[in-house]
Design a protein around this ligand. Structure first.
Ligand code: B1M
Length: 806
């Protein structure tokens, strides 16, 4: 039998279908972990695999989607993986169908959200996946199949775990939503950039939607990937009838639609939820005789963040401000670990139009190996631009590249052997585009020719590590004309020669004017000349209006700006914004606040510590309620709207929620310190209902009630009706407060009220949450409705007065 990589080169490869669907049909009880069936129902699992092999699948995935240490103890996990591989192998041996049959170790998501959005550390995720990979390898799988991933960071963790623990082919497939993005916002192009950089053998899409809704994702994968593309759609969209779920596309329609993907260039096809062996059999029939598409190398240079890829097809701006060199205030911020200051530098450059941000925190007083990765983590939590990791220390570089959520730009390698030996293995392992400085052991050559020769040597050495020329951007070094009158001419000449050799280039543009007065004038003129010579990436200060003017004028003059639209927008809308802006009173950071107050802006941008400081400041002049209603709620509404309109993704929502919480914590402490709280009146059991994890509003209600003297028994969020009833009966509380924020969780609120009416008929119930209305509250049987927290207080005060009367 050939190996998977060889087989992939020449064939259309058929995968299996929706194993989970067949398990349910076979009677897997709700709540039972399907992976245990490898041991307890080996015959069923083998029959499912056999069905797919018989239908023509070349690759069948082991029943190990959720086989990890979060769900199983070590010994059981090993047993499960062993049995799962044996089941697939036995099915392969006892089936007809395709001649070439392979067994893939199936790895699904951990079910946890990674930090900073959740509480699961990146390295813990790598370790979790590594454990399963090692077992799969031990029991003899042919390849690793990472699937149904909806977060780019977790996908990176899984791929890293696979690459670090085996040499087997690794296929990676993600579940994109109907909007064509991952749950945490990544586009298919961004995923291709990161995964290809890290050495995935196959990249694809599975689950979530059917083939009709997958079209744009498949197109984007095919347009960008240089490795084979995999497509495994559901059998359409789910339809629920009488408690059963079925899908809206039959075998024939499915096969015809997926065959279209094969014609467009997909090389591996199969199905996901709802696709039985009959779907795969039909797919094999409908694609018979189709030629496997050629896999072409896409020679486009790109880097990526957790949301998008940035291509170097047109000049790219790299923001240089996150760098202590020559900046006293920045050095102080690094020394004091003033993260908010650094984040604000990043945000302001993003807003001024940088495409990528350089991150350099090298300073004698700081531990760069610890701080660089920390700042990368902090920045990528609030900024969605790709980052350029800038350090001369390979250890700091590796740590930062490892935890970077995307394909980074790496600054830099040079022609010294030591530098290439240190940096190229990192670029190969973690994927990235590296800036190559044209200097070597002898220093910086005076002539353009010699700089180009160094560049060629670096490219040749990179090739030995398997690093493509497209992933090396040459920096021919801008030197100051104040020391050498020909310095700029040499650099420009080198740019021209490098472009002729098909190499991308970058420059730290402002070095050219070092030591001169009115530096911006020289910088802008040099920038224009460099762009004219083909400069691909300029490291500049995006806050400099001169540089931005030059950039937009250049694009317009080169015909790269349709109807000069970008230039006109810049000149009329953006330039006026360069005027001095009002800044926050927060001491550590100044955030621009054109469309919001400092607190609102900090929450919208997800800057927790800034939000806390801004809130503290506001508490000097405003009441808690004024801040909640005038700042916190409107800020969250703004983010919520952006999320609804797909301008923001889950990570931004989470970071804003963190910002709101840290601000609210200041309000809570302020209330306690001001001693406004009164003697306890009566109890109220408070909870966000089952299925709902939104608790900011509920917490505000709780704090305000406490502040008005009520004894709040806060059960938290996602609380079942039974638990709420139990607490009411246990404590004898006369009131219950329920909060729900989603249309999908209002039924659970109704269910809770129903149960309370049965078990504790005398308890009074008040409900609230953005999704509710007074009418609806009445309809589901609540006694009161709180549009805001103060209304909850009014309700309780009335209840307390009634209780006192009786
Ligand atoms: Co999500 N979320 N979220 N979210 N989130 C909403 C609610 C949403 C409207 C956003 C949108 O699409 N525009 C949308 C729901 C759509 C719908 O059903 N109509 C939504 C969604 C879809 C989701 C997820 C499904 C996203 C996903 O995973 N793909 C997911 C759900 C997970 C789950 O619950 N199972 C999710 C997750 C999250 C975060 C974790 C990221 C975060 C919550 C963090 C947390 O709470 N710890 C979050 C956030 C922050 C929001 C928005 C942006 C803000 C909510 C908020 O805190 N508002 C929200 C959009 C929005 O509302 N504009 C959104 C501020 C808060 C003070 O207001 O809670 O209404 P509120 O409370 C007010 C009043 O309503 C009242 O007083 C409070 C103070 O004035 N009140 C009561 C509330 N409870 C009361 C009880 C009372 C009396 C008054 O008596 C007891």
């Amino acid at each position: 039998m050939r190996n998977v990589r060889e087989f992939l080169q020449q064939n259309i490869v058929y995968l299996d279908g929706g194993t989970g669907t067949l398990l349910q049909e076979a009677g897997l009880p709700l709540g039972e972990l399907p992976e245990r069936w490898n041991i307890t129902h080996a015959d069923v699992i083998q029959a499912i695999h056999r069905g797919y092999f018989n239908a023509g699948s070349n690759i069948v995935c082991t029943n190990t989607f959720g086989a990890n240490r979060l769900k199983f103890p070590q010994a059981e996990l090993a047993e499960i993986v062993k049995a799962a591989v044996e089941n697939a192998r036995m099915a392969a041996a006892s089936s007809c169908g395709a001649q070439e049959k392979f067994v893939a170790l199936d790895i699904g998501p951990s079910g946890k959200l990674l930090k900073p959005y959740g509480d699961f550390a990146f390295e813990d995720a790598v370790a979790l996946f590594a454990e399963t990979v090692k077992l799969g390898v031990q029991y003899g799988v042919d390849l690793i199949y990472i699937e149904t991933m909806s977060d780019s960071y977790e996908t990176k963790a899984a791929l890293l775990a696979a690459k670090e623990n085996c040499d087997l082919p690794v296929f990676v497939s993600c579940a994109y939503g109907a909007d064509g993005k991952l749950m945490t916002g990544a586009s298919p192009a961004a995923m291709v950039a990161m995964l290809e950089g890290m050495g995935a053998d196959v990249i694809g899409v599975n689950c979530s939607v059917g083939p009709k809704q997958m079209q744009s994702v498949v197109d984007e994968l095919l347009e960008n990937a240089s490795v084979p593309v995999l497509v495994k759609p559901n059998a359409g969209l789910p339809i629920t009838d009488g408690g059963n779920t079925r899908y809206d596309i039959d075998e024939k329609e499915f096969a015809l639609l997926v065959a279209e993907f094969v014609r467009k260039g997909a090389r591996l096809v199969g199905g996901c939820c709802g696709t039985t062996p009959a779907y795969i059999a039909e797919l094999v029939v409908r694609t018979k005789g189709l030629e496997p598409a050629c896999i072409t190398k896409k020679e486009r240079t790109c880097v990526s963040s957790y949301t998008h890829a940035v291509y170097f097809d047109e000049p790219v701006l790299i923001g240089e401000r996150i760098n202590p060199t020559g900046k006293k205030r920045f050095k102080q911020a690094l020394k004091e670990k003033d993260t908010a200051y650094v984040l604000a530098e990043g945000i302001s450059q993003q807003e001024k139009g940088a495409h990528i941000l350089d991150v350099n925190v090298g300073s004698p007083e700081i531990d760069e190996r610890a701080e660089l990765p920390r700042y990368i983590e902090e920045l990528q939590a609030v900024i969605n631009l790709p980052l350029q990791i800038d350090t001369s220390d390979p250890v700091a570089m590796e740590r930062a590249m490892r935890i970077y959520n995307g394909k980074p730009l790496v600054n830099s390698v040079n022609g010294k052997k030591e530098s290439m030996d240190g940096i190229f293995p990192l670029v190969k392992k973690y994927g990235g585009v590296v800036i190559a400085l044209t200097l070597d052991e002898k220093g910086i050559p005076d002539s353009a020719e010699e700089r180009v020769q160094i560049a060629e040597r670096i490219v040749a050495e990179g090739a030995k590590y398997g690093i493509s020329k497209k992933d090396i951007i040459v920096d021919p070094l801008a030197m100051t004309i104040s020391a050498d009158k020909n310095a700029a001419k040499v650099t420009l000449e080198a740019l021209r020669m490098l472009k002729a050799k098909g190499l991308h280039t970058s420059l730290g543009v402002s070095n050219v004017s070092f030591g001169l007065p009115s530096r911006e004038t020289v910088n802008a003129a040099f920038f224009a000349l460099a762009l004219q010579e083909g400069l691909s990436a300029a490291i500049i200060n995006p806050n400099s209006v001169e540089m931005r003017k030059t950039y937009h004028a250049y694009l317009a003059l080169q015909g790269l700006d349709e109807n000069c639209g970008g230039y006109i927008r810049f000149a009329t809308e953006i330039i006026p914004q360069y005027a001095p802006v009002e800044s926050t009173a927060v001491k550590s950071v100044s955030i621009e606040t054109k469309d919001g107050t400092p607190l609102k802006t900090a929450i919208v941008k997800g800057l927790s510590s800034v939000a806390a400081e801004a809130c503290q400041e506001l508490l000097k002049t405003q009441s808690a309620l004024e801040i909640i209603n005038g700042e916190i709620v409107p800020a969250l509404d703004e983010v919520g709207k952006a999320y609804e309109e797909k301008r923001a993704y889950l990570p931004q929502l989470l970071m804003s929620a963190e910002g709101a919480k840290s601000a609210f914590e200041k309000i809570r402490l302020h209330m306690i310190a001001s001693g406004e709280a009164q003697t306890k009146k009566c109890k109220i059991v408070l909870a966000t209902v089952k299925g709902d994890i939104h608790d900011i509003g509920k917490n505000i209600v709780g704090t305000l009630l406490e502040n008005y003297g009520f004894d709040v028994l806060d059960l938290g969020r996602d609380v079942s009706p039974e638990k709420i009833v139990e607490e009411v009966l246990r404590t004898g509380a006369p009131a219950v407060g329920l909060s729900a924020l989603m249309t999908t969780t209002v039924p659970s609120m109704a269910e809770t009220i129903k149960l309370l009416r049965e078990k504790a008929p005398n308890v009074k119930i008040i409900v609230g949450g953005a999704v509710l209305t007074e009418e609806y509250a009445k309809e589901i049987g609540a006694d009161g409705y709180g549009k805001d927290a103060l209304q909850a207080v009014r309700f309780m005060e009335k209840l307390y007065a009634d209780l006192c009367k009786n």
